[in-house]
Design a protein around this ligand. Structure first.
Ligand SMILES: Cc1cc2nc3c(=O)[nH]c(=O)nc-3n(C[C@H](O)[C@H](O)[C@H](O)COP(=O)(O)OP(=O)(O)OC[C@H]3O[C@@H](n4cnc5c(N)ncnc54)[C@H](O)[C@@H]3O)c2cc1C
Length: 307
């Protein structure tokens, strides 16, 4: 089946009608405010709907990808062929003793606030990370000395065959801004975090301190995808970029932030090409000056406009 109308009709059978969109503009779903259109954009309201879509995609060989909050993604101007599955409607968060259980579309910031209200410590580091729980597991998101790996107990995923499977944290090969979720083609459905009882005031103090640090150092007033590069062993990406005098450099509407050298901001209606060209310029300049390869943290996907 490669006919767009037939795929659309089938998706309408699998997912509620209002939650299936065709030729959806992705820039509206991404933190960078960049990106072309997706052939199909669906927002399931149950895990069973996701399972059905995965099985259908496998049978018909239609590519699909997951979208959390779009805070670590750059999608090219030519967009995405196939199906984008947005998990935003699956966002329940609950407590069971000293564990917090969060569905994959819940914001990790909300899981962190939920833990605060339950007087549970461990998720303070995540109080300003703008991703979903699923995206945070995928990236092993972290900040200020904490990371998902420290607190994740286990997760439920839909595996590549469409089956619901429990994965222990140790199964996910969580490491610095990486996991095996992409390699295994897992879809994170729900995560269980193991936390420790603590005083509300103590947790709140840590979160307030981290929020102050983040707001004073990051250019949160502009669209961006956060830190573009991973920390190279023995260096700090931001310091290398700063010492290369790259802050304030622009290509089209994209700029190396003057506030935080590790960020590239969409300052003036940038295209994805502007963004990618600037990322490559930064990598080339830092390599020439310091001999260090900057590996991207942010994912770049999709098709070029011309193809
Ligand atoms: C201003 C700003 C500050 C940031 N600060 C930090 C920080 O301090 N620390 C940090 O680690 N990151 C930071 N980030 C980056 C980003 O927020 C994290 O990487 C976050 O974990 C991405 O989550 P997301 O839901 O936005 O994922 P998306 O960008 O939507 O997706 C990222 C990848 O995860 C996959 N994915 C998403 N959900 C699932 C799922 N349920 N199952 C399987 N795969 C899935 C997607 O397919 C994609 O490949 C920052 C970003 C911004 C814009």
């Amino acid at each position: 089946m490669n006919n767009k109308q037939k795929i659309h009709d089938k998706l309408l059978e699998l997912v509620k009608k209002d939650n299936v969109k065709v030729d959806e503009l992705l820039k509206n779903h991404l933190y960078t405010k960049l990106g072309g259109r997706a052939d199909f954009f669906i927002t399931p309201t149950s895990f069973e709907e996701i399972q059905k879509v995965v099985k259908f995609s496998n049978e018909e060989n239609i590519p699909f990808m997951l979208l959390g909050n779009g805070s670590n993604l750059i999608i090219k101007d030519g967009g995405i062929r196939g199906i984008i599955i947005s998990l935003k409607q699956l966002n329940d968060i609950s407590t069971d003793g000293t564990t917090v259980v969060a569905q994959s579309g819940a914001r990790i910031i909300d899981a962190s606030r939920h833990a605060l209200n339950e007087k549970l410590s461990g998720l303070e580091f995540a109080c300003g990370i703008p991703g979903t729980v699923g995206g945070a597991l995928y990236m092993n998101a972290g900040a200020y000395g904490g990371e998902i790996k420290d607190v994740l107990d286990y997760a439920y995923v839909i595996d590549k065959h469409g089956e619901l499977v429990k994965r222990l944290a140790s199964d996910l090969e969580l490491d610095y801004r990486t996991s095996n979720i992409e390699k295994n083609k897992d879809i994170v459905i729900e995560a269980t975090f193991s936390l420790k009882p603590a005083k509300y005031e103590d947790i709140k103090e840590v979160m307030d301190d981290l929020t102050y640090k983040r707001e004073s150092k990051q250019p949160l007033e502009y669209p961006s995808c956060g830190s573009v590069f991973k920390r190279p062993p023995g260096y700090f990406a931001g310091k290398l970029i700063q010492d290369s005098q790259l802050q304030g450099t622009t290509i089209g509407g994209a700029e190396v932030s003057t506030k935080h050298a590790g960020f590239i901001v969409n300052k003036n209606n940038a295209t994805t090409s502007d963004y990618i060209s600037l990322i490559e310029h930064v990598q080339k300049t830092v390599k020439e000056k310091f001999g260090v390869d900057l590996e991207r943290e942010v994912r770049i996907i999709g098709e070029d406009l011309s193809s």
